[in-house]
Design a binder for this molecule. Structure first.
Ligand SMILES: Nc1ncnc2c1ncn2[C@@H]1O[C@H](COP(=O)(O)OP(=O)(O)O)[C@@H](O)[C@H]1O
Ligand SMILES: [Mg+2]
Length: 254
């Protein structure tokens, strides 16, 4: 199948430090890719570059065949590239229904409407209810985010991302900080993602990686050192070396 998301020779330095070093990745609809690598490998920077949060030093990002390297972050969301954040960025005083409702309005170009009024728009509320239901958050729809558990906040982030109707979804450590007892619900949400969506997930929990991913990409010091099948990744000499190096520096595997 043809690529829905392509990154070609992406580079980025901070001062003298090369954080993204000639990275090229291609994804087709329905792909399930895990991006792993030691702490500081450049995974979050990669997401920041491709989503337009920070500009690359050089290289190209393509969405659905269109070059978007000069398109801003909102323009990329509109074209179907959506991310979730490693650290949750929800508004503590807003409810799940309001978060998802605003995302639906943004997607449908109605974000200028007076805040709150969408609660009376039947088409928006139908979509909000369906998404919250799907992620098991229906009963919390009108509670404040500050009152719901962290695992449920992470699920809400996925609901917000889906409300934007992505073609490519980038998830930065969706299970990070979630207690073990709640990771099953995150995993179920990932398993239930639309089949034709291309998903790239950054994750350090290798059990989750192996259950989710059909393909694993390993980043070390800004460079892709492995791109292949999950079954082959732990056998790879360069991958082992990269992780051993990170253990020697007492970093965690992420
Ligand atoms: N805005 C920035 N300015 C300077 N250095 C940065 C910046 N963002 C990230 N870095 C550095 O880039 C490297 C990769 O960071 P990051 O992408 O967060 O790695 P990962 O997500 O794989 O843990 C780290 O050495 C980090 O300190
Ligand atoms: Mg990171």
């Amino acid at each position: 199948m043809s690529a829905v998301f392509e990154v070609k020779n992406l580079k980025r330095s901070f001062g003298g430090l090369v954080v993204t070093n000639d990275v090229s990745i291609s994804m087709a609809p329905g792909d399930r890719v895990a991006l792993i690598g030691p702490n500081g490998a450049g995974k979050t920077t990669f997401v920041n570059l491709v989503t337009g949060t920070i500009p690359p030093s050089s290289g190209e990002v393509r969405l659905g065949g269109e070059t978007v390297t000069k398109v801003d972050a909102i323009g990329r969301v509109r074209r179907g590239l959506v991310r979730s954040f490693q650290v949750t960025r929800l508004f503590q005083d807003m409810t799940p229904a309001e978060h998802v409702g605003l995302a639906v309005l943004q997607r449908s170009g109605r974000a200028g409407r007076l805040f709150g009024s969408f609660l009376t728009m039947p088409d928006v509320m139908a979509e909000v209810s369906e998404l919250l239901e799907k992620l098991g958050l229906a009963e919390l729809a009108h509670r404040k985010v500050s009152e719901i558990a962290y695992g449920q906040q992470r699920l809400l982030e996925i609901a917000v991302a889906l409300a934007l109707k992505p073609k490519v979804l980038l998830l930065d450590e969706p299970a990070a900080g979630v207690p073990q007892s709640d990771t099953g619900r995150i995993e179920q949400a990932l398993a239930d993602l639309p089949k034709d969506l291309a998903v790239l997930m950054i994750e350090h929990d290798m059990d989750l990686v192996f259950r989710f991913a059909k393909r694993v990409i390993v980043l070390a010091a800004g460079t892709i050192i492995f791109d292949g099948l999950p079954a082959d990744v732990t056998k790879d000499a360069r991958v082992r070396e990269a992780y051993l190096g990170s253990y020697a520096h007492a970093s965690h595997v992420a």
